[in-house]
Design a protein around this ligand. Structure first.
Ligand code: CP
Ligand code: NVA
Length: 304
C-alpha cells in the first residue's frame, strides 16, 4: 500500500513520477480534459489544525478526480474525545478509500497507516509537510525548467517546512543551505539524512551566508500552529532572519522567492519582496491542487 507519511519514504524516482503526473494533471485541468480517475472513491480529511490551502485544494482536487472528499474536523470526531487512533483507523478503513490528516504528532499519522488498511496522506504535522514540498518542487521546475543543480536556501525556523524541504531538495539533486538561530535547528534525524548528500547541505547562523548564490529563497512563519504562546520569544530569536532586499542582493539574479503561506509581512518577509514575487508564490499555492491530485492518484488509484 502506498502512503505519503513523510517525504523520506519516497524515492527520487517516486517524487519525479509524482511531479510529472502533477504537470500532466495541471495541463488536463487547464485544457478541459476530463480526468476522473478516482471515480467513486472517498477521501476522508481529518483536520486537527486550521487550514485554507490544504483543505480547499484536497477538496477541489478530489472532486476534479471524480471522487468525494469528506471533511472531518477533530472537534466533531470521537478522536477529539479520546477514541484511540488505532480504533479510528480500523473503523475509517471500512468506510473510506483514503485518509488525509493534518495533526500535531507525526506518530499519529504513522499509527493511522499502521492500524488502518487504506492509504494515508500527511497534510502537515509538527514534523513535516510533504504535500507542500511536492508543490514547491513542481513550482521550481515550472519556473526554472529543472531542479538538479539548483541551490535553495531556507531562512528561519527548523520546522516542518524546513525538514521537508531539506529532504525534497536533496532527493531531487538540489543543494540546500539553511540559516536558523541557535536552538531552532532541524531535528537530528533530518541532519543525519542530509549528511548522506555530501557537499549539498549546509547549516549556518548567518542568513546572508546561506543566501549567497541561491536560485530559490524560501521562508516560513516564525511561530507555527501550536506555538502561539511562544510568539513574543520567537520574534526576538528570529529578528534578523528576514527575507528582504538586502538578502536578495547576494542571491543569483532571477532568484525565486517562495513561501508556503500564510505569510506575515514585516516578520519573516518584507511586503515589497513578497509583492515582487507574488506571481511565484501564488503559482506555488495553486500547485498544491495539482501536486496533491497526483499524490491521491499515486496512492489511491486501483492497480490494474
Ligand atoms: N501552506 C499550507 O499548508 O496552507 P494551509 O495551512 O492554509 O493549509
Ligand atoms: N510552519 C507552518 C506551516 C503552515 C503551512 C505551521 O506549521 O504552522
Amino acid at each position: 500500500m502506498k502512503h505519503l507519511l513523510k517525504l523520506e519514504d519516497w524515492s527520487t524516482q517516486e517524487i519525479t513520477e509524482c511531479l510529472n503526473l502533477a504537470d500532466q494533471l495541471k495541463y488536463e485541468q487547464k485544457h478541459g480534459i476530463e480526468h476522473k480517475v478516482l471515480k467513486g472513491k472517498t477521501l476522508g480529511m481529518i483536520f486537527e489544525k486550521a487550514s485554507t490551502r490544504t483543505r480547499v485544494s484536497f477538496e477541489v482536487g478530489m472532486t476534479q478526480l471524480g471522487g468525494y472528499p469528506l471533511f472531518l474536523s477533530s472537534n466533531d470526531l470521537q478522536i477529539g474525545r479520546g477514541e484511540p487512533v488505532e480504533d479510528t483507523a480500523r473503523v475509517l478503513s471500512r468506510f473510506l478509500d483514503g485518509i488525509m490528516i493534518r495533526t500535531f504528532k507525526q506518530e499519529e499519522v504513522e499509527a493511522l497507516a499502521k492500524y488502518g488498511s487504506i492509504p494515508v496522506i500527511n497534510g502537515l504535522t509538527d514534523y513535516c509537510h510533504p504535500c507542500q514540498v511536492l508543490a514547491d518542487l513542481m513550482t521550481i521546475r515550472e519556473f526554472k525548467g529543472k531542479l538538479n543543480g539548483l541551490k535553495m536556501c531556507f531562512i528561519g525556523d527548523g520546522n516542518n517546512m524546513m525538514n521537508s524541504l531539506i529532504v525534497g531538495a536533496l532527493r531531487t539533486g538540489m543543494s540546500i543551505s539553511v540559516a536558523c538561530p541557535e536552538g531552532y535547528e532541524p531535528p537530528q534525524n533530518i541532519l543525519n539524512f542530509a549528511t548522506e548528500f555530501e557537499g549539498k547541505f549546509e547549516m549556518v547562523r548567518e542568513p546572508l551566508e546561506a543566501a549567497k548564490g541561491a536560485d530559490v529563497v524560501y521562508t516560513d512563519v516564525w511561530a507555527s500552529m501550536g506555538q502561539e504562546e511562544e510568539k513574543k520569544l520567537r520574534e526576538k530569536a528570529f529578528a534578523g532572519y528576514q527575507v528582504n532586499q538586502e538578502l536578495l542582493n547576494v542571491t543569483n539574479s532571477e532568484c525565486m522567492v517562495l513561501h508556503c503561506l500564510p505569510a506575515h509581512r514585516g516578520e519573516e518577509i518584507t511586503a515589497d519582496v513578497f509583492e515582487a514575487h507574488a506571481n511565484e508564490i501564488f503559482e506555488e499555492a495553486e500547485n498544491r491542487l495539482h501536486a496533491q491530485k497526483a499524490v491521491m492518484v499515486k496512492c489511491m488509484k486501483d492497480e490494474k
